[in-house]
Design a protein around this ligand. Structure first.
Ligand code: GAR
Length: 185
């Protein structure tokens, strides 16, 4: 069984889906650490409910990205984490973490990359008026939402409500992320 870490900044529904799949044995992995850069984010309570250890930090309390990433790498290595899964971690990964976990960091993004990169992908896609939306799982490199794509799933939506797109997309996210983590492991 491999140790994985999940990084999140907000609600944590992807975190919970992954943790539940590990608990059920659908994923042959253990979430050894949840990393969160937003004290007070709902994902923290989700981790507590699963009995999963968290590292919660406030970036502004650290001298630099290299400093907090060095501490994260130390914690990951101490727990023999082999794969990092970004799940709504709204922060660009820096050199320290990329170097330490090269080709071992996944991200899930709510668009059909390379369309609509960044933090507001769904809102931008709705504003653009696209009719086919999607979810992408990709390797993380130094470019924002730019690494090699592993899996994508599209869905049609002909409306103007970003919340509805999020709702449809998140169900797909939870499944595609678990399937992809299993494949990658
Ligand atoms: C997810 O929809 C994920 O695709 C998105 O954040 C959401 C987190 O939801 N990530 C990005 O936009 C990355 N650029 P969750 O906290 O409920 O898992």
């Amino acid at each position: 069984m491999k140790n994985i870490a999940v990084f999140a900044s907000g609600s944590g529904t992807n975190f919970e889906a992954i943790a539940q799949a590990c608990a059920d044995g659908r994923l042959d992995a253990r979430v050894a650490l949840m990393v969160c850069d937003k004290p007070g984010a709902p994902v923290i309570a989700r981790a507590e409910r699963f009995g999963i250890e968290s590292f919660v930090f406030s970036p502004k309390e650290w001298p630099s990205k290299a400093a907090f990433e060095s501490e994260i790498v130390r914690l990951l290595r101490e727990r023999n984490v082999e794969l990092v899964c970004l799940a709504g971690y709204m922060r660009i990964v820096g050199e320290v973490l990329l170097e330490a976990y090269r080709d071992r960091i996944l991200n899930i993004h709510p668009s059909l990359l390379p369309a609509f990169k960044g933090a507001h992908a769904v809102e931008q896609a709705v504003a653009y008026g696209v009719k086919v939306y999607g979810i992408t799982v990709h390797w993380v490199n130094a470019d924002l939402d730019g690494g090699r794509i592993i899996a994508q799933k599209a869905f049609e939506y002909d409306g103007s409500d970003p919340e509805e797109v999020h709702r449809i997309g998140q169900k797909i996210e939870h499944q595609i992320y678990i399937d992809t983590i299993e494949r990658v492991l």
